[in-house]
Design a protein around this ligand. Structure first.
Ligand code: THU
Length: 134
């Protein structure tokens, strides 16, 4: 899938910029928004360890800063050789902006991806609809 290749290349390029001197675990993420634009991000750590930001969160921030709020698909690429899945906090952040049909691609170093969904990674999520009353 051409779209997946693009997400992989963007995530890989972002991962190359990861600032991860403490964990030495560089991560890249790339997402396609509703407009078709691609936004990427990498993890950015801090000497005050809890302040580190995940790659998925960085990509989401770039999307929102560009005026978009809908994730159609997102690809995550860890340091390899295997695949990683988003941490719990990032699953919640992805869920905030992802419709139920959104795809989450867990890529390995070769670009081969296992595709899953928000509902699979975060079942019974608390989300914007949970706040609706009445
Ligand atoms: N990390 C991500 O950026 N995304 C993930 O999905 C999992 C973990 C980062 C956080 C931290 O900088 C490093 O990887 C090790 O946990």
């Amino acid at each position: 899938m051409a779209g997946l290749d693009e997400l992989f290349e963007r995530a890989k390029a972002a991962r190359a910029q990861a600032y991860a001197p403490y964990s030495r675990f560089p991560v890249g993420a790339a997402l396609r928004s509703a407009s078709g634009a691609v936004f990427s991000g990498c993890n950015v750590e801090n000497a005050a360890y809890p302040l580190g930001v995940c790659a998925e969160t960085s990509a989401i921030s770039a999307m929102v800063a560009a005026g978009e709020t809908r994730i159609m698909e997102i690809l995550v690429l860890g340091p390899g050789p295997g695949r990683i899945a988003p941490c719990g906090a990032c699953r919640q952040r992805i869920a905030e902006f992802a419709p139920s049909e959104a795809l989450i691609h867990l890529a390995d170093e070769t670009g081969a991806a296992e595709t899953t969904s928000v509902s699979e990674l975060l079942p019974r999520a608390f989300g914007p609809a949970s706040l609706a009353r009445g």
